[in-house]
Design a protein around this ligand. Structure first.
Ligand code: ASP
Length: 574
């Protein structure tokens, strides 16, 4: 039906007869006999000069046959890719009429998201959405190609499955043939891909849909997509290198520029220096440890095992309101308080702070010289146990230093050596930080029974500009170690058997050492597209409250469906 796309026409096409198709972006009548019709397809907009009697309106679908000509002097539009030309002597065909669109189909207008999602098919016509979808497609194609090039085999795993170990709430699907029994939608292909390793697949990948019934946020949807991989006979560095290659290629394909080499940091150092296990390295501020200088302090506020400081360059100009806001925020985050010091001199060190009168000279010197502060800087201090002090200052570091999503470059970083366990459950038992198949660090095996909280794991995350892009680990393939970890987690033999018996059983039949990773594609693509919300890079996302305003899902189902499934639904309460 067409010879060219709208956006590709330039002065070089002048004189050519072309056939175009698309949507009417705008119609402007010019006198009685002439109208300008801006025709849009996903490549751009081109101006067509048509007879005033042609009846076409906003968002009608039309075909145009006409001749490209250079625009007359003075009418060139530098804002438009095709602004040097227009299409004249047009024959217009109406392919489909349209009601007036519910909102303007351009990137300039802000429309309520619920309305955008209700009419997503109109919203998707906007240049921004088309750009995002295509950027996503390029990124995914590049990742696929990178995996194939590295000898990975793409395998699909089931969606109707059984519980997987990531620890989020699961979606269940009632079985029609086995009333009272349910399939569980996989939170990831974790168990399936480990079975593929036992099955000799060696290097598996999949662009996999994962389903988790969690509260939705800017970076979370019920269903999301991962580049999921698993490899046999590898070290964690091998896994990281395979993934690095894929995300490097994806970045280059998406934005035309490869990122710098991914950095590496251990979990401990990330927490200690940046107060986060997903550090945004675009922010230069680092936490400074002053515990030693305050070890024998008389100041009650500082009597804690760990004293951490954050130097805010030029922060002394922050007003009292803003400082009070930071103190409140620190308390909200769990700190007992937040001390602040405005540096007024470096020689001798002097500060302006309600706590100044309680400080010894050495302490004041530590706050100024020890943090490298200069006059006009602000020093924030949290004293607490190490983890709390780091976390609170890490969060303030983010708030104060926040860099817009599109600025500061792309700082990929591998965070390694995560703790094996993260906190304890209601019954005081450790909780698996990654999942229960994660291999402990070889140097920490002895601590499994004596000091589980101190055990590091062979788990690692990939982080980009403060967003966790994904996680992975070397897996336990030995039954004795698996049993020790289950026992530390309080998973009994019977429970292990009922939840993961088929995986543990498979391990009896020859399990290779293996490990893997999964990259959150929605998050990666959002960051590459410069979007702060993954909904902008998903064609048909759910709203924050988990609904789809376009289809109305979730909806009630017909009584016959319930009957077939053997279900009765209780009337809504309240
Ligand atoms: N299945 C894990 C996850 O989704 C990733 C992995 O360990 O490979 O977080």
């Amino acid at each position: 039906m067409r010879s060219h796309m709208c956006g590709e026409l330039t002065a070089a096409h002048a004189g050519e007869r072309v056939r175009l198709c698309g949507w009417v972006a705008r119609r402007r009548d010019h006198g009685e006999h002439l109208a300008f019709v801006d025709l849009r397809d996903h490549t751009g907009i081109v101006q067509c000069v048509v007879d005033g009697s042609v009846d076409v309106r906003s968002e009608w679908v039309i075909s145009v046959e006409g001749t490209v000509r250079a625009r007359p002097e003075g009418t060139v539009n530098a804002e438009l890719g095709t602004g040097e030309i227009e299409v004249v002597e047009c024959t217009v065909g109406v392919l489909g009429q349209a009601e007036p669109p519910p909102f303007p189909v351009d990137d300039r207008s802000e429309t309520d998201e619920a309305v955008r999602l209700r009419y997503r098919y109109v919203d998707l016509r906007r240049p921004r959405m088309q750009r995002n979808l295509r950027l996503r497609a390029r990124a995914v194609a590049a990742m696929r190609a990178a995996m194939v090039r590295q000898g990975f085999c793409e395998v699909e795993t089931p969606l109707l499955w059984t519980p997987t170990p990531e620890g989020a709430r699961e979606f269940a699907v009632p079985s029609r043939l086995h009333h009272g029994s349910f399939y569980v939608l996989p939170q990831s292909p974790q168990i399936a891909k480990q079975l593929l390793m036992v099955g000799g697949t060696d290097r598996y990948f999949q662009v996999a849909r994962c389903l988790r019934d969690e509260d939705l946020r800017a970076d979370r949807q019920f269903e999301f997509t991962q580049l999921d991989i698993e490899m046999s006979f590898v070290t964690q560095e091998d896994v990281q290198s395979a993934i690095t290659e894929a995300v490097t290629d994806a970045t280059e394909a998406a934005v035309g520029e490869a990122p710098g080499e991914a950095e590496r940091i251990t979990w401990y150092d990330a927490m200690d220096r940046f107060g986060s296990d997903k550090p945004d390295l675009r922010i230069e501020m680092e936490l400074i440890d002053l515990s030693e200088a305050f070890a024998g302090t008389e100041v009650r506020a500082f009597a804690a095992p760990c004293v951490k400081a954050l130097r805010v360059v030029d922060g002394a100009s922050l007003g009292r309101n803003r400082l009070d806001g930071l103190v409140d925020r620190a308390k909200e985050l769990g700190a007992k308080g937040l001390a602040w010091f405005k540096v007024t001199s470096t020689g001798p060190p002097a500060v302006d702070s309600p706590l100044d009168k309680f400080l010894g000279d050495a302490e004041r010197a530590a706050l100024v010289t020890g943090t490298g502060a200069t006059v006009g800087d602000l020093v924030l201090v949290v004293s607490d146990v190490w983890r709390m002090a780091c976390q609170v200052l890490g969060a303030l570091r983010l708030e104060i230093g926040r860099v817009p999503i599109t600025e500061g470059g792309r700082r990929f970083v591998w965070v390694t050596d995560f703790p094996l366990f993260d906190g304890t459950d209601d019954e005081g038992r450790p909780i698996a930080a990654h999942h229960p198949f994660t291999m402990p660090h070889p140097d920490d095996m002895d601590l499994l029974t004596s000091d589980p909280a101190a055990v590091r794991s062979q788990a690692y995350d990939l982080v980009l500009n403060g967003w966790e892009l994904g996680s992975g680990s070397i897996r336990i393939h030995r039954e004795d170690i698996q049993r020790q970890v289950f026992s530390a987690l309080g998973i009994t033999d019977e429970e292990a058997e009922s939840r993961f018996g088929f995986l543990l059983g498979a391990f009896h039949y020859g399990a290779p050492p293996h490990g893997g990773f999964a990259v959150g594609i929605d998050r990666l693509v959002a960051l590459l597209a410069g979007e702060g919300n993954i909904r902008e890079v998903i064609a048909f996302p759910k709203t924050q409250s988990g609904t789809d305003p376009m289809t109305g899902a979730p909806k009630e189902v017909a009584a016959t469906v319930l009957r077939d499934l053997g279900l009765t639904v209780k009337p809504k309460s309240g």
